[in-house]
Design a protein around this ligand. Sequence first.
Ligand code: GCB
Length: 643
Amino acid sequence: MLSALWLFLWLSAALNAAAPPDSGLLFPRESSSRELKELSGLWAFRADGSPNRNLGFESAWYKSRLSETGPVIDMPVPASYNDITQDPTLRDFIGWVWYEREVTVPTRWIADDGLRVVLRVGSAHYYSVVWVNGVKVTEHEGGHLPFEAEIGTLLRKDPTMPCRITIAVNNTLNLHTLPPGTIQYMTDRTRYPAGFFVQNINFDFFNYAGIHRPVLLYTTPKAYVDDITVVTDFLDNTGLVRYDVSVKGTTSAALKVTLMDKGGHCVVSSNEASGVLKVPNVNLWWPFLMHENPGYLYSLEVRLKATDESSTYEDVYTLPVGIRTVNVSSTQFFINNKPFYFHGVNKHEDADIRGKGLDWPLIVKDFNLMKWLGANSFRTSHYPYAEEILQMCDRHGIVVIDESPGVGIKDIRSFDNVSLTHHLTVMDELVRRDKNHPSVVMWSVANEPAAEMPPAENYFKTLIMHTKALDPTRPVTYITDSNFARDKGAPFVDVICVNSYFSWYHDPGHLEVIPLQLNTQFENWFGKYKKPIIQSEYGADVVPGLHNDPPLMFTEEYQKVVLQQYHRVFDQKRKKYVIGELIWNFADFMTTQGIIRVVGNKKGIFTRQRQPKAAAFILKERYWRLANETGILPLWTKYPCPL
Ligand code: GCB
């Protein structure tokens, strides 16, 4: 029932999905030719609680004000809606929810038909349909990537109308969504009330939903810079910026491309739409703790001029550019030809109250904590994070493994062509969005899929080859927890990323088995594939404040010893082929309720409120020591650990 419309929408998305994106999706930035209007704040909101969750479509709620079709509540955007009210049905709601906001659009935006007015949603989980003044303008599948629609033409049809934006969002997951899920109806009337159903998922975080990232309007001239791609390299002292600008809305654009240094001084310029810019005395982009001046960014300013019969258009877009290279050998990972060792964290977009909604204080706090820890990297487990976060990584030199939402692919039906086609589209959208971030050094196409299943071989071969074709400059991986002997996808990855939880999910309570088992794990994977390995997850749950010595599971002491036991082996193997260690997890995070979770996953070294547990100090001491020992410029051998 719930699924009738859902199935239709999903099928239409799946059919559209095969085509690669035919336009860019540059991050919206103000410039002398582009204006921006943020729509963060309170929106009107209603969950469609009708039995088939379809009343909103049947009654066309998008045609009039939401408040005219029934009661509405205030809902902050961006935020997940789940934890905002005291209503348990909204917390666990599955189906369509409706958001609405009326916006006053500056008259000049409407009056000037030489302008495009674009409505952009940073992300909404999971499936979105968007109307403006009752007219559908776009729909989008996928909860972690942006989408947009040009609405200027529509607004100009009736300039007297206000701009009423309605967004319906559905968090229902099925076997072909990313991540996948299933809806299960319970029909035994002696045990469940009529209509009772649950959403089953195979991933370990709460399926927060709603409009998670900023919604905004921005303008561009009709002839505009649609996309920019940069790939960087260097030779001795000279940086090389290969660039390609794509333009829309004109066939006769004149371009001026200028690369500026941090101080805004022109370094080199060109009048071509693509080419190679040579940067003398280049300042390379270096990771945090690898150089005294990490995260150096140039600015690539693209100026477009175009003329048609009636008008002249000028567009300006400025892209931050970090010049660096990434390479892998069979035992090492190199940034700018120097060995790089990942000492970092796995994160989640997750916090009290706002769930997965973008939150600047939280973002800045997390960066401060990562630096306090001496972390030089993180993985965007288990989905693409906000662009704003990647921009922080670029500026601070925090290295990123950028992961798709391919988490929990455990059912064999989720390896079919429909799923694969959608997964390829997600990779298209992800690479299009993140290709220019110097901080992004590797793509992760999935986390812990059932990689032993026979279809995994073709699935991952296709997916990884596709991703490499999209971006030949970055290594590609997926994160495995399966046995090296049965893993069908590992032959195709560039770097082996392994998750393991010795003495936790296996041999619980037996800390003494860790060194032997971890050693075996590394030797097996390296022995078979001769590829560098990252320990992409390890850890233990702690209920903060629980203590016991000798250590018992769930105490602060136990987490400390798990880490120390792992670290002993990392220290042996990092001299050989282990190229990184990422703790699971940076902070505690919310999950679905279940008998192995105590108000969420407690493997954080920080609490959900970002206070350190005892293990955070172990890790901090280690990471600052590693920073001094691994691949660091000689000058930095005495880098002090901050108090
Ligand atoms: C894993 C998963 C991660 C879980 C973690 C755990 O292997 O990749 O999503 O949260 O284990 O704590 O169980």
